[in-house]
Design a protein around this ligand. Structure first.
Ligand code: B1M
Length: 234
């Protein structure tokens, strides 16, 4: 049977997820939208669709990109297909009715245009009750500073996907230190090439391996902040 003849709705859940990995690989936006909707209509939790069908599919794309089998134009199509699926999931993830937690300003650092991971973190944080201000991609330190002044968030989040751009997180944190602003914010960092050691080295409060961990870490720091404020008041 050729790909053209595959009817997504006729596939079992496992087959459909597998097919979505293939469709993401091939950058088929409409098929990804359809697959996402089918899984949701079968009662799948939005988070499971996100992680098992989309994020896992993008992980496979990443391997072949690394190995020189896929190139930028193809990966861009995959990214667009992934974003189309995320657009469907976003309101569902955000509509959990979670109590308000605080505010997050998040952006990808200067020189870096990867935004899928950052967007995913933003979506999950919204779902967990955070107000999220997304600064987009390629942010110089000035953008972060302006947003911090304007939005007065509890948390600053930074994303970097390249080994060449991740050191820029230190530039931002050092600037906050120079201006005496560092202690006003919880600074969380993430992105595939980072690790815990790097997070500590640049002076972040924590490195977050994925979006779920970012949510847990953010909630944890907010709780600590409130406890500290309460104990200072006594
Ligand atoms: Co690029 N790219 N890319 N790319 N790209 C990587 C990152 C790479 C690892 C691929 C590879 O070689 N295996 C490699 C980096 C190598 C390195 O530096 N060590 C790479 C390269 C080299 C490049 C270019 C230089 C290629 C070129 O032009 N020759 C170029 C650079 C452009 C630039 O930024 N200046 C480039 C371009 C692109 C595309 C434009 C084609 C596209 C981006 C489209 C877009 O984002 N809109 C793209 C993509 C899609 C990838 C891969 C395949 C997938 C990234 C992704 O979206 N992952 C990636 C391979 C990989 O990562 N293995 C790759 C899915 C996403 C859900 O995961 O982003 O890791 P991730 O986010 C996770 C966590 O990391 C964490 O939570 C997220 C959700 O769980 N997290 C945070 C992320 N940010 C966080 C922030 C937080 C907390 C947690 O704040 C609190």
């Amino acid at each position: 049977m050729s790909d053209d003849e595959i009817i997504l709705a006729d596939l079992s859940d496992d087959e459909l997820v597998q097919q979505m990995h293939d469709d993401l690989y091939d950058g088929l936006k409409e098929e990804i939208e359809e697959g996402t909707n089918i899984l949701l209509s079968r009662g799948w939790a939005p988070y499971d669709v996100l992680t098992q069908a989309l994020v896992e599919g993008m992980r496979i794309v990443g391997i072949d990109f690394r190995d020189g089998i896929l190139f930028v134009p193809e990966v861009l199509l995959s990214a667009n297909a992934m974003k189309a699926g995320m657009t469907i999931l976003r309101p569902l993830l955000a509509a959990t009715g979670a109590p308000k937690q605080g505010k997050l300003v998040i952006g990808t650092v200067k020189g870096d245009i990867h935004d899928i991971g950052k967007n995913l973190v933003g979506m999950m944080m919204e779902g967990a009750g955070f107000d999220v201000v997304d600064l987009g991609i390629n942010n110089p330190v000035e953008n972060y500073l302006e947003a911090l002044e304007r939005e007065k968030p509890d948390i600053l989040g930074m994303s970097a996907l390249l080994t060449t751009t991740m050191p820029y997180m230190k530039v931002v944190i050092d600037t906050l230190k120079e201006k005496g602003m560092r202690d006003e914010y919880i600074v969380l960092v993430g992105g595939a090439p980072l690790n815990e050691e790097f997070g500590k080295a640049v002076g972040a409060d924590a490195y977050c391996r994925d979006a779920a961990i970012a949510v847990e870490t953010a909630k944890d720091f907010i709780k600590r902040k409130h406890n500290q404020l309460a104990s200072n008041a006594h």
